[in-house]
Each structure stands twice: as structure tokens, then as C-alpha cells.
Design a protein around this ligand. Structure first.
Ligand code: PEP
Ligand code: MG
Length: 588
């Protein structure tokens, strides 16, 4: 039966494919296609894991039998019996084998797929006691996964296995149709691992439009919808679904008519993109001759190639924290960071690269697990520069690495989340120290321009101080909106109030641009607002000449710049600023 789910539009067009539903806690279990020749190896892996768990249970049963009846909890014995029974359940075993043989899923993926199928059957049971046995099944699967992770196997147990999709298989149903991922939540680093993976679209239950997970999805130019509430419960494994990333709609089990309509839309989207590529080689100059810098936001050094291909005239934001995520056990050392930054700098072939110092915390935990223990208000907590300043040796390592990369091309350094003079002073002192250390050690390094992100209202309101200490400013509208309006950007329940066109937000943005220009300092916008074509004319009218966005958005914004007569937009922009409902003027 066809039904639709509504969430938040991340963009990227239309994806049509079969759903792969991944349970929240298991998102970082490997999902990849195996070669047809590896089917037996995979079945053997699951068989060995099952044998190991059964053996462990028999051992437990034995030790229980040695206890006196008084010491033996009756429930424990019954629980072991249930678990043993489930482990030997034919449906579980057969389903897993079928998914490996017919669909060429790796063992873990096959196991999780079958868990989903059986879990739904438990959910539908009338008897409450039987329904609750689903928990036992989940525990069994958890045990099997743990044993498999411990097994020597050349496949990585992380999502990164998805980054190297196997050639499309012909014999398996699911291997030659597009797959779309449906999950409760994905961390930004999980999402990044999906780049060039097997999934052609994403749906998550939670997340805001400018959550970092959405940002990474947008950077991939793949259709995605976040904040679609109960999607991971309502969509079933293998359901056909349509993701309309521009409307924020997910259609499950579409009828042939709906399917045909969306296939048409999909073709139209691809056509429009092709059309836009005509402006790739043109410089971004408005009708009245203003040159506008369109820069790229990147997450990894090798994104530089995509940035160049999109016609970006530099990198306006390299989110360096993606080098740090999932590395809690060992953060990248100076050499590793230096090589990564150098790769980006060389990749941009002489165009400037703005490297932002690490911004972890809030919805970008260093490690997924940290999320669970995070503080009550992580967005207001130890994040970005605050985090860096708590560990000067770690911060110095990054500063040195960036300075060394500057020996290979133009580099700018951007500091996130500043609000206090003390933070500015400490940062500058550490930067001076990093230079002295490099001089002493004789390692080559280059000059950098130092910039501040304006993303906390306190910074926007004390701009004169920032302009005194920094060479340039970059407005982080995602956080500026979050902190001005007190809306958690990652929380879909308040996403309707996350309003880029709120008069207070526009006022702070406008004043920052005006003040920076008055003092002859470059101001850019690197938040999602920069890539939103409905805001381009306003930002141009307010005097912005530097926009940094996902490479996939550059051509559309360039088209808007080419069509703009900025001289005529200035008065209109002031009118928008003064309006109590600016959005009504922007839409037109
Ligand atoms: C911003 O806040 O607008 C920004 C660009 O930084 P991030 O999205 O990484 O917080
Ligand atoms: Mg920010």
C-alpha cells in the first residue's frame, strides 16, 4: 500500500530504489556486496559465529547445572533456553543464508536484514510475552555480530566498506537495483563514509536541515530527507521507495502512476543539471560587472578535485574535524594532518584554501559513542575553539600542520565559535608559538591570513574587536541562526522555527558584511545560506562578494549571480531587512 512520509528536504533531487533499513545501534556494521565466489566463505563465517555462541551457551548451561537449585536463578535458565532456541531457528538461519546467496550481502548485513524481518513478525504478535521475545532475538544477533567482529576477516567492520562498492552483480535482485538507506540516525562521519558508496539516497528519522549529517549528505549531491520521524519503523526491508530530496517527501511502495511521475521528475532534474553545466566555465560576474567569488566547502582533502571541477575559485571552508572523527583512540598527528592539508592545497592548484581549525562537539562528536554521554546542551558546550583551547599541545599540532601546508600554496586559517577576547588572545599566542617552534625546528612553513568565524551573536555584536585582530571574517550562518534563535539545528522537532530569513538573523548578517567592507576586510558566508539560491540576490544586495558552499550548489548560485544587477538590488535588500516578514519578499 502506498503511503508517504514527510521530513526535511536536504536536496539532491529524486532517488528511486529499494530500502535497506538499518537499526540505529547497528549503523556502523559493515554493509557491502560480496563477490559471487565468496558466498561459501560468508556462510562459513556466520556458521562459525553461531557455533561459537551456541558453545558459549552450553558452557553457561553447564555451570548453572553445577550450582545448587537455590543459587540458580530460574529466569537465567529459561533465558538461555530461549536464546538457544532462537539461535537454531530455521527461519533466521535460512533467511541469512538466502540473503548471502541470492543478494550477495555480506554476513553481517544478511543477519541484520533477517533480524528486521523477524522483528516485524514479533511486533505483530498478540501475546505480550511472545512480543517481548524480540529483545532476546536482538541480543542473540548482537552476540553473533560481536563474535564476527572478533573473527579474523579481511573486510572492515566499519561502514567504510561501502566506499568501495563491488561491481554490480547480475544474478542478485538487490545488487542491480538502486538501494536507498533508511536509518534512525547517521552521524556526520557515518554519512561521509557513504561517499561513492552503494546507496543512492538516504532517509533518517532525526536531524535538522543544517545538522552536520544533512550538510554532508548535501555535499554529496545525493537525494536525502532527514527528520522523517518514524521512517525506520514504517519502511520495511526491500520496500520500493521514492526520496524527493527537494520536497522532503518519502513515498513508500509507490503505485505505477506515482512511480512514472517521479521518474519523469528525475529525468527533468538531471536535464536541469546538465543545462546548468553551461555556466561552469564562465566567471561569476553580475550583469553590472561585480566579480563574485564562489568558493567550495569541503570535508576531505580529495574533495579538492570536486571543488575544482565545479568551477570554485578556492576553498572557503575545509572542515578539518572530519580528519579527527572516529579517531578518539589516536588523533591525527602533525605529519598526518600536514599531509592531508597539503593534499588539499596542492589539489587546488594555486587557488586559496581556507582551513578551519577543528570544530568537534555538539552534533559532530569525535566518536559516535560520545553522543550518548554528551552533556545536556552539547551545542552550548565544549565545542570548536573551546575544545581546542582545553588541549594546547593538540591545538599546537594542528596549527603547525596548517602552517607547514601553507608552504605549498595559499592558505587561510579560520577559527570557529569565537566569542571572547580571551579566546582570541590565546589563539593568537598559540599561533605565534607554533611559528616559533617551526622556525626552531627548521621546518618550512608559509604565511597565512587569519580569519574568524562569525557564528555566535556575541561575535556579530562585537565586530570591531574581531576586525582588529583578524584579516578576514566568515559568517557561519548555520550556527548564527541556531544561537540567535535558540533552535538546536539538529533537532527536527523545532526545525520549522529554524529560519534563515528571520529579521534578527538578517540584521546580524547585514551588519557583519557592512562593517567588514567599511574596514576593507573580506567577509564571506560559508553556512548553508551561501548555497541557497533564494538568498543569493539578498546577500549580493547587502554587499557580499564571497560565497562558500557545497560544490554541487556552485553552478546554480553562479547562474543567479550572472542574472543579477547588484546596483538595483541594494535598495531592495534594505527593504527586505526592514520588513517584518522578509521571507515574503525573498520568495518572489
Ligand atoms: C556554520 O555554522 O554556518 C558553519 C559553516 O560551520 P558548521 O556548519 O560546520 O558549524
Ligand atoms: Mg558553525
Amino acid at each position: 500500500m502506498t503511503f508517504s512520509l514527510h521530513g526535511l528536504a536536504v536536496g539532491g533531487g529524486i532517488a528511486i530504489g529499494r530500502a535497506v533499513v538499518v537499526a540505529a545501534s547497528r549503523v556502523n556494521v559493515a554493509h557491502y556486496f560480496i563477490e559471487p565466489g565468496a558466498v561459501n566463505v560468508e556462510i562459513e563465517r556466520i556458521r562459525r559465529a553461531r557455533d561459537a555462541v551456541i558453545e558459549e551457551m552450553h558452557r553457561m548451561q553447564h555451570s548453572i547445572s553445577l550450582m545448587g537449585p537455590k543459587d540458580t536463578p530460574h529466569e537465567l535458565k529459561a533465558l538461555l533456553d530461549v536464546h538457544l532456541m532462537l539461535l537454531q531457528d530455521e527461519e533466521l538461519v535460512k533467511g541469512v543464508k538466502d540473503a548471502i546467496t541470492d543478494r550477495l550481502y555480506n554476513a553481517e548485513w544478511a543477519l541484520l536484514t533477517q533480524l528486521e524481518v523477524i522483528s516485524r513478525q514479533f511486533d505483530e504478535m498478540e501475546d505480550a510475552y511472545l512480543r517481548e521475545r524480540k529483545v532476546d532475538l536482538e541480543q542473540i544477533v548482537e552476540k553473533l555480530l560481536r563474535v564476527m567482529q572478533g573473527q579474523a576477516h579481511d573486510a572492515t567492520t566499519k561502514l567504510s566498506a561501502l566506499a568501495q562498492p563491488k561491481p554490480v552483480q547480475t544474478s542478485a535482485d538487490s545488487a542491480d537495483v538502486p538501494l536507498v538507506l533508511v536509518a534512525h540516525d547517521l552521524s556526520p562521519s557515518d554519512m561521509l563514509e557513504f561517499k561513492q558508496g552503494v546507496f543512492t539516497g538516504f532517509v533518517t528519522d532525526v536531524g535538522g536541515k543544517t545538522s552536520h549529517t544533512a550538510i554532508v549528505a548535501r555535499s554529496m549531491g545525493i537525494p536525502a530527507v532527514v527528520g522523517a520521524r518514524a521512517s525506520s519503523q514504517l519502511v520495511r526491508q526491500d520496500d520500493w521507495i521514492i526520496i524527493d530530496g527537494d520536497a522532503g517527501v518519502v513515498i513508500v511502495d509507490p503505485s505505477p502512476i506515482i512511480l512514472a511521475e517521479y521518474q519523469l521528475k528525475q529525468r527533468q532534474f538531471i536535464q536541469d543539471r546538465l543545462q546548468l553545466s553551461n555556466v561552469r566555465e564562465l566567471p561569476a560576474i553580475s550583469l553590472d560587472g561585480h566579480v563574485v567569488d564562489l568558493l567550495a566547502n569541503i570535508e576531505r582533502p580529495d574533495d579538492a578535485a570536486t571543488a575544482l571541477a565545479s568551477g570554485a575559485v578556492g576553498v572557503g571552508l575545509f572542515r578539518s574535524e572530519f580528519l579527527f572523527m572516529g579517531r578518539l583512540d589516536r588523533l591525527p598527528d602533525e605529519e598526518e594532518q600536514y599531509q592531508a592539508y597539503r593534499l588539499a592545497v596542492e589539489g587546488m592548484q594555486g587557488l586559496p584554501v581556507t582551513i578551519r581549525t577543528v570544530d568537534v562537539g555538539a552534533d559532530k562528536p569525535l566518536d559516535g559513542a560520545l553522543k550518548l554521554e554528551s552533556h545536556l546542551n552539547p551545542a552550548l558546550g565544549l565545542r570548536a575553539i573551546r575544545w581546542s583551547l582545553t588541549d594546547p599541545p593538540m591545538f599546537l599540532t594542528q596549527l603547525r600542520a596548517i602552517l607547514r601546508a601553507a608552504a605549498h600554496g595559499p592558505v587561510k586559517m579560520l577559527i570557529p565559535m569565537l566569542a571572547h577576547l580571551s579566546e582570541i588572545r590565546q589563539t593568537r599566542a598559540l599561533l605565534a608559538q607554533a611559528k616559533t617552534e617551526l622556525e626552531k625546528s627548521g621546518l618550512a612553513f608559509g604565511d597565512i591570513e587569519l580569519g574568524a568565524m562569525i557564528e555566535i551573536p556575541a561575535a556579530a555584536l562585537t565586530l570591531k574587536m574581531f576586525l582588529k585582530y583578524f584579516d578576514f571574517l566568515s559568517i557561519g550562518t548555520n550556527d548564527l541562526i541556531q544561537y540567535t534563535l535558540a533552535i538546536d539545528r539538529a533537532d527536527e522537532t523545532v526545525s520549522h522555527l529554524f529560519d534563515p530569513a528571520h529579521p534578527a538573523v538578517l540584521r546580524l548578517v547585514a551588519d557583519t558584511i557592512a562593517e567588514g567592507r567599511a574596514q576593507g576586510k573580506e567577509v564571506s558566508v560559508c553556512g548553508e545560506m551561501a548555497g541557497d539560491v533564494t538568498m543569493t540576490r539578498l546577500l549580493l544586495g547587502l554587499g557580499l562578494r564571497s560565497f562558500s558552499m557545497h560544490p554541487s550548489q556552485i553552478l546554480a548560485v553562479k547562474q543567479a549571480v550572472l542574472n543579477a544587477d547588484i546596483g538595483q538590488l541594494q535598495d531592495w535588500a534594505q527593504m527586505v531587512l526592514a520588513h517584518e516578514e522578509p521571507a515574503t519578499l525573498l520568495a518572489g
